[in-house]
Design a protein around this ligand. Structure first.
Ligand code: BES
Ligand code: ZN
Ligand code: ZN
Length: 465
């Protein structure tokens, strides 16, 4: 799909935003939020989209409305659409960026496995005076990186394996010479004593990988932000097998990895002047005779031993080894991990907010702000000594599930487990188990299934796009 900019609406389908206080009234249409109608005027199709009162209009409202309007145009099988910017400003900021981003994100669909070819929008003509060609390019790059991330989540777990993610990472590094790619295969993982990542991947037909993409856009700076993603390409639960209500969406357990790859792809194209290392710990958590065993104790890369109380708490194990490895090899100035870590975060926060855990108030504050601007919202969760204490084992140094009563503060205790490997490096953990995969109906810029959550948040946080 292409984006063009113009001063005039040239195509036969127009998307027009209407506020409640709009003078140019449309019959039986009040311009309320979420109100949408299709009218046929002078051989043109007009999709009128309500955005509520002008004074109360926000970037979030416009992003969501634009997403719904483009989805409507897709349903109507329109190939070319003129999207008319209402030119709403707040202070010195205009909302055109959010409108175009919402429109691109709302145009997404995953139709790879449909036997009939699905018609998709081919051109969005943005009718605006408020965005430059360069900005259009940036928004389009970020939007398409979100598509890439969604595609990885939506596709089959039998295709999107740890090896597949490694190949995708190599492709990203070949886009730009300032990105280096390093892959540890199952033998390297074993020889380097990444014992937890090796254990989780042991029973699988698809062996584990540690994937590292190093981007150096500012050679003068020692700053190196490490972003880490959980890449469990299928989570059966292992020998603590999951029940049938949860297992069928567990191809999405690599959504953290998909967010890291999407972010690194955008970075490879936009080339910001920053240093970022993208890391993916990837394994397939299988049930098999060779799977890692509940009750056994495994040695982590850091030297700490871990008692496996539940093989379904696998994400924290692979992240722990990836983080310790990065700390030893890449001198991170800060670490941010994204992971579909706990079902409990969905119960606590729903599917609109991801859980934020951090040992550093400044990073937490900046991430919360990036969440507000990008629309990928975060909510800070508690993390303290008592959570850490509950992860201590009598037989080993740590246990992978807390001693607290079942389910009690389990998103916080999972974060505490990771924290004990981070130690005092400034760090944030973002639990995206509620936001990465949408089981409900699509809503504005958010489609059903893989949402691509994290790409826009990370880009906003890392270089303020
Ligand atoms: N991948 C799951 C978490 C998850 C649940 C992601 C639902 C997306 C939707 C994770 O590996 C897991 O199974 N966590 C367990 C931990 C428990 C065994 C302590 C959980 O949340 O139940
Ligand atoms: Zn699990
Ligand atoms: Zn998992």
């Amino acid at each position: 799909m292409k984006i063009t900019v113009s001063n005039f609406a040239e195509y036969g389908t127009h998307i027009v935003f209407i506020t409640e206080d709009n003078k140019q009234k449309v019959d039986d249409f009040k311009g309320k939020k979420n109100e949408i109608t299709v009218r046929y005027e002078d051989k043109k199709t007009i999709i009128y989209s309500g955005i509520g009162k002008k004074k109360e209009c926000t970037a979030d409202i416009l992003r969501t409305t634009a997403g719904s309007a483009l989805r409507k145009a897709n349903e109507l099988k329109r190939a070319k659409v003129s999207l008319i910017d209402p030119g709403i400003q707040r202070g010195n900021k205009n909302f055109s960026y959010a409108i175009l981003m919402g429109a691109i994100l709302g145009s997404y669909s995953f139709s790879k496995y449909k036997s009939k070819k699905v018609d998709k929008i081919q051109i969005i003509q943005f009718v605006t005076k408020f965005v430059s060609k360069k900005e259009i390019h940036d928004i389009n790059t970020i939007g398409k990186s979100v598509y890439f991330s969604r595609d990885l989540v939506n596709d089959n777990a039998s295709l999107i394996t740890p090896q597949y993610l490694a190949v995708e990472a190599k492709k990203i590094s070949s886009l730009y010479s300032e990105i280096n790619c390093e892959i540890l295969n199952e033998k390297d993982i074993e020889h380097n004593k990444l014992g937890l990542l090796f254990a989780v991947g042991k029973g699988a037909p698809y062996p584990p990988r540690l994937i590292i993409l190093k981007y150096k856009g500012n050679k003068k700076s020692k700053d190196n932000k490490v972003i880490v993603g959980k890449g469990v390409t299928f989570d059966s639960g292992g020998l603590n097998l999951k029940g049938s209500t949860h297992i069928e969406t567990m191809r999405s357990d690599m959504s953290g990895a998909a967010a890291i790859l999407g972010t690194m792809k955008a970075i490879a194209i936009l080339k910001p002047k920053i240093n970022v290392t993208g890391v993916i710990a990837s394994a397939y958590n299988a049930i098999d005779g060779k799977s890692y065993i509940p009750g056994d104790i495994y040695q982590s890369y850091s030297g700490k031993s871990v008692e496996i109380c539940n093989t379904d708490a696998e994400g924290r194990l692979i992240l722990a080894d990836a983080i310790s490895y990065c700390k030893r090899k890449y001198n991170p100035t800060e670490i941010i991990d994204l992971a579909t870590l706990t079902g409990a975060i969905l119960y606590a926060l729903g599917d609109n907010y991801a859980g934020l855990f951090s040992n550093n108030d400044l990073i937490a504050k900046e991430l919360l702000q990036a969440g507000k601007v990008s629309g990928e919202k975060l909510w800070r969760m508690p993390l303290e000594e008592a959570h850490l204490e509950s992860m201590k084992s009598e037989l080993a140094d740590l246990r992978n599930v807390s001693k607290l009563p079942k389910g009690c503060a389990s998103s916080s205790t999972a974060a505490a487990f990771i924290q004990s490997f981070v130690e005092d490096t400034p760090w944030a953990h973002i639990d995206i188990a509620g936001t990465a995969f949408n089981n409900q109906e699509e809503n504005g810029e958010i489609p059903k299934y893989g949402t691509g959550f994290g790409v826009r948040l990370l880009i906003q946080y890392l270089f303020g796009k």
